[in-house]
Design a protein around this ligand. Sequence first.
Ligand code: NAP
Length: 281
Amino acid sequence: MKSMEFKRLGKSEVEIPVLGLGTWGIGGFSSRHLGGEEDAVRALRLGIELGMSFIDTAEMYASGHSEEVVAQAVSEARERVFIATKVSAENLSFERVLRSCESSLKRLKSNYVDLYQVHWPNPRVPITDTMKAMEKLVTEGKVRNVGVSNFSVQQTREAQEALSKIGLASNQVEYSLVERSIEGDLLPYCGKEHITVVAYSPVARGNIAHGGRDERWRKLDDIARKYAKTRAQVALNWLIARQPVVAIPKAANLQHVRENAGAVGWNLSREDYDVLSATFS
Ligand code: NAP
């Protein structure tokens, strides 16, 4: 197994890889468009072998089929893999959270999930109801850590306050070299509160690798050349250099999986880090 770097999840004792594996589109996009399972399982297994033993999925991905593909991929390695899944915004009432979790566990063929995340906030359901259910699941051993996704600072604070027995472990939000909105308030807030930021779309859905050729991209290419790395590797390394951030690139292509794994084990210099930050701000 290749060496990986780890960060503490929230304030917990758990260490998670700085790079995980996204699964949106893995196993299909909806119940009507399923497929590609064998390739997906191969890609996830390679990712695990390369140290990215943190898989992010959701009950809504491929209408639950993504979780089934994850189960296949980890069938020989469940204990070695940190599995994060998500409950959808329409299922945030107390009863529905419990029901959704049971269904996810069945599809994941596991009796626990490492991180259970609220996929999107839902203003129609009090967050206190959702978090009560989350804490019940933790007490029952079905959920090990609780997180949110796409929550603003205010919503994150409310989620924290709604938890009485455990701390909020993470907030999964979009963050990449080219999507920097969270730097204004959410990223500093999570840093201060020791909430892990799980960066989704970290290679901007492939656009960083295949992006433009203007001055900004030429600077990225120059820096990539200097370190003998690719654009995606530099962009991921830049992301995980921030203290609370881990990233979950999705790659079905084996070459992409290998390439992404090569984003760890080295560091951009402070100067190059700052140049990239300023160039893409
Ligand atoms: P992403 O990881 O930034 O990009 C995935 C796309 O980039 C795929 O088309 C992939 O191609 C390509 N790619 C990956 N590595 C590459 C490389 N080294 N070189 C060139 N292309 C590369 O975007 P994402 O899938 O939107 O985000 C990642 C994960 O975050 C998702 O899969 C999901 O788990 C999670 N997510 C969560 C939310 C949320 O609301 N919480 C929203 C969006 C995403 P191949 O597949 O062909 O390799």
